[in-house]
Design a protein around this ligand. Structure first.
Ligand code: ME8
Length: 508
């Protein structure tokens, strides 16, 4: 069986989750579900990043012990994953013993290969990003220096172990060249290339001014730099350092989904650490864009961070999942506006898809005694209608393989609109008296089309599409992509339809 390994970033537990975190994991979930539908054995990993200065400080601010604090905040990410319907196979926490063991094993391997040396770090550090910056990257306002992310930086001076990153510069450039799909989208790839070409310096990979981290083996005055610790999670979960582990077959990861803020860590440091330990690098890193809220940056100080749980409560889970991936091209920045969610829900889900299903299934109830008409021949008009539908699974598969979620939804809904055109022109309600045979054929064709839409939309809207497939009479073991090749037998009894989506009143 083909394997697929997909990951989300592991999220910092300094604060509770918001819509940005839900977004990255949602995209990963949709691809994981699609691959399973396509017969792959999937390993989908998510989790929380619990060490480092930023989390330690958040625990102090909350007046809590860091472990108790991370236990609590990590749980809120787990709750989010459950409420968003994510289908992850593992939820990793970096404070778990398995992860500490993997980090220490990787460290010792790098040390053994002379990829690490002890030195002294002096430079700029942003706790908010947990990142080191060169002076040339900073801007100064009112006497404070800021990183490009907007995070303030502070001068750090402490003994530190270094990773020989500079040594891997040429290897990295060669790797990017040979693997043009490693970094997507192209704009991000170009940024990384120019950063690496401008020259890499060795990377500080331990800290001594605080203790909340994985202790460096044989030198416990140092804790590992949180990004070395965090990135290692992707191999911890696959069983590292045990290459005989059951899950090691999933490595290298097929796609690491990340936001554009953390591209450098995933596409420079991570493949370099792995190459230095002679571990295969991941196949692809996709960096999506940034959500703003009603035109404003989401921030703690503005207090406008959107709680996904409240949105689920307000609009329902599947309309939210649909909207997030439909509204904005995956890779671009986007704005979260409630009016846009309402418009997509009402126009595309309730009107185009919901009404099509309801009209078709109601006619089958009323005019065909609730039984699915037999498989029928296609005439020329039907052939034209089905050309697009027959190609849909392959087209959607190609678009999802390129992480083009919005385009996948666009082609599916173009096909749904074509079916609305077909039902209007064929007017099966009028055929009842004039040509009952053709009426049955048209309804059967519409049913077949709906089965395709529901099947390919399952990864995006699992609950609602399960309900639609129930209404279409598709047995649970016939919901894979491959099952589309086998038509349902004519005469299958269909339950009376009920509405799939509700229209949302726009706020005035
Ligand atoms: O960076 N729009 O964790 P983090 C879109 N622990 N996506 C957003 C977003 C927004 N406004 N805000 C956050 C870390 N995200 C590290 C990762 S991985 C080995 C370690 C998403 O809690 C986006 O995916 O700051 C971003 O990369 C991630 O949350 C950052 O989460």
């Amino acid at each position: 069986m083909q394997t697929t390994y997909l990951t989300t970033p592991i999220y910092y537990v300094n604060d509770k989750p918001h819509i940005g975190h839900a977004y990255t994991s949602l995209a990963t979930d949709v691809l994981a579900r699609w691959k399973r539908l396509d017969g792959h054995e999937v390993f989908f990993l998510t989790g929380t990043d619990e060490h480092g200065q930023k989390v330690e400080k958040a625990a102090q601010d909350a007046g809590m012990d860091p472990q108790a604090f991370t236990d609590q905040v990590s749980q809120s990410f787990r709750t989010l994953a459950d409420r968003m319907g994510f289908s992850h196979d593992d939820f990793i926490r970096t404070t778990e013993p398995r992860h500490k063991a993997a980090c220490q094993a990787l460290w010792l391997e790098l040390l053994r290969r002379d990829e690490i040396y002890l030195g002294h770090y002096e430079g700029w550090y942003a706790v908010r990003d947990e990142a080191f910056y060169g002076l040339d990257e900073l801007v100064e306002r009112d006497g404070v220096k800021y990183a490009p992310s907007g995070a303030p930086v502070a001068w750090v001076k402490e003994p530190s172990y270094f990773f020989r990153l500079s040594k891997w510069q040429d290897w990295l450039l060669d790797f990017y060249e040979k693997n043009p799909n490693f970094i997507a989208p192209a704009a991000r790839r170009n940024e990384v290339l120019s950063f690496v070409r401008s020259g890499l310096q060795d990377l500080s990979i331990s800290r001594t001014s605080f203790t909340w981290g994985v202790p460096v083996p044989n030198d416990p005055a140092h804790v590992m730099y949180v990004w070395l610790d965090a990135l290692t999670n992707y191999i911890t979960a696959a069983g590292y350092p045990d290459s005989a582990a059951e899950r090691w077959k999933f490595w290298p990861a097929d796609v690491h989904f990340v936001g554009k803020d953390i591209v450098r860590f995933h596409t420079i440091y991570w493949p370099a650490f792995l190459a230095a330990a002679e571990i295969a690098p991941p196949k692809r890193v996709f960096a999506h864009g940034w959500w703003t809220i009603e035109g404003q940056k989401m921030s703690k100080s503005l207090g406008n961070a959107i709680d996904p749980l409240a949105l689920i409560e307000e609009y329902g889970l599947d309309p939210l999942r649909y909207f997030l991936l439909r509204e904005v091209p995956f890779g671009s920045d986007g704005d979260f506006a409630r009016a846009a969610l309402v418009a997509r829900n009402n126009g595309e889900l309730a009107d185009a898809l919901g009404n099509l299903a309801n009209r078709t299934l109601s006619l089958i109830q009323r005019n065909c005694e609730g039984k699915l008409p037999a498989v029928a021949e296609r005439n020329a008009v039907d052939d034209a209608f089905f050309a697009e539908i027959d190609a849909l699974p392959a087209t959607v598969g190609d678009l999802l393989a390129a992480q083009q979620f919005h385009l996948a939804l666009e082609v599916i809904f173009t096909a749904v609109r074509a079916a609305n055109g077909y039902i209007t022109v064929q007017a099966p309600w009028a055929l009842k008296k004039t040509d009952a045979l053709r009426m049955a054929v048209v309804l059967r064709h519409l049913h077949s089309a709906l089965r395709v839409y529901a099947t390919v939309l399952q990864p995006f809207m699992p609950t609602t599409m399960a309900a639609l497939l129930d209404q279409l009479g598709v047995p649970e073991d016939a919901r894979q992509l491959a099952a589309l090749a086998t038509p349902l037998p004519g005469g299958t009894a269909l339950p009376p339809p009920s509405p799939l989506f509700r229209k949302i009143e726009a706020a005035t």
